[in-house]
Ligand binder design. Structure first.
Ligand code: SAM
Length: 281
């Protein structure tokens, strides 16, 4: 019998510890252990890896990650009501689950983790995008993580994997695809969660590239992309006016027609534009 079989079903755990879901903490729990194991498998081979999990709640995904062979899980949970349930899992997997009670936006997990590290989480929606942006924009690349396997609202997941020419294409797509391979690996209807959220969800898997896909200075690329998409209906020669002098020359040098809009421009062309602007500084 594996360790997971000795633990009670999640509905029982929730009842025993009176874990009524709190909206303010983005609590929509996954109670089907087959589903949490399936999500854990999307994170890749976990044996020999430390896994960072944000928002374990009653521990459904945590149990999936451990049963799929994670060397260690570091679970950061803000809601102290969940700690007794998580302690029960820690007891079933001695030395393999470290629980930190606190806000993932304020805790530096690096001191607790040994590479290689994978991140897997059914994220609280209110902090999910902010954490993703932080993980994609460290000072050094490659980052501390090898892969991210994250649950998002379907609409956010589509923005992460969006291609030029689509409405969803914007800063999140550029940021995600510049330094990682990103794909949607699982779609979940609201009914997969307790309580069900209003919208559908999707799991996105991102593998960190050893180096950015195309050369560019991160700060310049970020400025260009922010300016272009902040006024996405405008032609680039207008929306990027404040970014650099002679912006039309830089656009042409990057192979971009100055009358194009940001959502038509590929990641490669944005990087070429950032290089041209940086070289002129
Ligand atoms: N992983 C669990 C599951 O799949 O059933 C729970 C997912 S629920 C969508 C999000 C979890 O994140 C909740 O347990 C919530 O308390 C926790 N949480 C919310 N904000 C947080 C924060 N800033 N830092 C850490 N955990 C947070």
């Amino acid at each position: 019998m594996s360790a997971i079989d000795t633990l009670p079903p999640l509905r029982e755990v929730i009842a025993n510890h009176q874990l009524s879901a709190r909206k303010s903490l983005g609590q929509n729990f996954l109670l089907d252990l087959n589903l949490t194991a399936k999500i854990a498998r999307q994170a890749g081979d976990l044996t020999g890896c430390d896994v960072l999990e944000i928002g374990p709640g009653p521990g459904g995904l945590t149990r999936g990650l451990l049963s799929e062979g994670a060397r260690k899980v570091l679970a950061i949970e803000k809601d102290s009501r969940c700690l007794p349930a998580l302690e029960e899992i820690a007891a079933a997997y001695p030395g393999q689950l470290e629980i930190v009670n606190g806000d993932a936006l304020e805790i530096d997990p690096l001191a607790h983790l040994i590479p290689p590290v994978r991140v897997a989480a059914n994220l609280p929606y209110n902090v999910g995008t902010e954490l993703l942006v932080r993980w994609l924009t460290p000072k050094e690349w490659p980052p501390f993580w090898q892969s991210l396997t994250l649950m998002f609202q379907r609409e956010v997941a589509e923005r992460i994997v969006a291609q030029p020419g689509s409405k969803a294409y914007g800063r999140l797509a550029i940021l995600s695809q510049w330094r990682a391979d990103a794909k949607i690996v699982l779609s979940l209807p609201p009914g997969a969660f307790t309580p069900p959220p209003k919208v559908s969800s999707a799991v996105v898997h991102l593998d960190a590239l050893p180096a950015p896909r195309f050369e560019a200075d991160a700060a310049t690329l970020s400025r260009v992309v922010a300016a272009g998409f902040n006024q996405r209906r405008k032609m680039l020669r207008a929306s990027l006016k404040g970014v650099a002098r002679d912006i039309e020359d830089h656009l042409v040098a990057a192979g971009i027609t100055p009358t194009e809009r940001a959502e038509q421009v590929s990641l490669e062309a944005f990087c070429a534009l950032a290089r041209s602007i940086k070289a002129a500084q």
